[in-house]
Write a protein of this length. Structure first.
Length: 321
């Protein structure tokens, strides 16, 4: 169509050109005009041929467009079908998933409930067992502590009781100890104000003084039960009396402690010392504190109210003058 329009336009312009040309142009040779016409015809023929080619091309393009449109239509139909199938498939799968998920969820809830119940029972059993163990352990520890405390308390009570008993016993012993003091009357009065007062204040108060008289002393030792005998040694004049008492004790087979209480500045002669230590239960004291210490030790060990096994103090020769 466009080719025909182009040919008519070309022919019209050629004729118009020929008419508008100057006169001299009409005088041109006929051969040239003919030649131009022929060339124009050839161009027209060529244009017609090209038009045919263009028509074929347009036809092919139209067919291709129709084919592609058909293909697009088919493809769209296929794609829509595919989408429909995929949608249906996902719908089925989703329904199945939700169905089974619902079933699984229900089963999971039931299983979880069973596990929770089982776990709760196990926890309760474990807790009860732990409570029993703790209670048993606590009771055991409490019993052990109670037993230990009772034992410790019993030990303390026993110790306190024994101590208290010992104190009472010592007090009884000291109170019951009988001491015979042989000394001049004036010296006895002085000792009453000093050594004997201190001794009585500490619990030993049965102290019987007498002046030296060998016969009276023998009578007293035979008739009365004395625990300790004290002789107050003043100077060398007292030596014969001291040794006579030793002979009396040895001959009478006495086991009464014999204390010679002398002045710290006095030293016994060797023969006197040998005579004194010949009596196994002899000792001496040369200071008031030594006298008090010996009296209480001997009162506890040699009180005749005490068992013989407790009379464990022995006298040796290692005496300082």
């Amino acid at each position: 169509m466009y080719i025909y329009k182009y040919q008519r336009m070309l022919l019209f312009m050629t004729l118009l050109f020929s008419l508008l040309m100057p006169h001299s142009a009409f005088a041109a040779p006929a051969e040239e005009t003919t030649k131009q016409i022929e060339e124009l015809k050839q161009d027209i023929q060529q244009l017609k041929a090209n038009d045919e080619v263009y028509k074929d091309i347009r036809e092919e393009i139209k067919n291709y467009n129709d084919f592609m449109q058909q293909k697009n239509t088919d493809l769209s139909s296929t794609f829509n079908l595919f989408i429909t199938m995929i949608t249906f498939l996902f719908t089925v799968i989703g329904a199945g998933f939700f169905y089974f998920a619902g079933q699984s969820k229900k089963e999971t809830k039931e299983e979880l409930a069973r596990e929770l119940a089982q776990s709760k029972e196990e926890s309760e059993r474990a807790l009860k067992k732990a409570q029993i163990e703790i209670q048993t352990s606590f009771e055991t520890q409490l019993q052990e502590m109670r037993t230990k405390t009772e034992q410790e308390f019993k030990k303390i009570l026993d110790w306190e009781f024994n101590t208290f008993k010992q104190m009472i016993n010592n007090e009884i012993v000291f109170k019951s100890t009988r001491i015979l003091l042989v000394a001049p009357e004036e010296e006895t009065k002085r000792m009453e104000r000093e050594e004997l007062m201190s001794i009585r204040q500490r619990g030993i108060d049965q102290i019987e003084p007498m002046e030296f008289d060998l016969v009276s002393l023998k009578t007293k030792l035979e008739s009365e039960n004395y625990d300790i005998l004290i002789y107050r040694f003043l100077d060398d004049v007292s030596t014969p009396d001291a040794t006579k008492i030793v002979d009396l004790l040895i001959n009478g087979k006495y086991e009464i402690p014999y204390i010679v209480y002398n002045d710290p500045n006095h030293w016994f002669q060797k023969d006197v010392k040998q005579k004194l230590i010949s009596y196994h239960w002899y000792t001496f004291a040369n200071h008031p504190i030594t006298l008090v210490s010996y009296l209480f030790s001997l009162a506890y060990a040699y009180n005749k109210n005490q068992p013989v096994s407790r009379r464990s103090i022995l006298f040796s020769e290692d005496k300082h003058e």
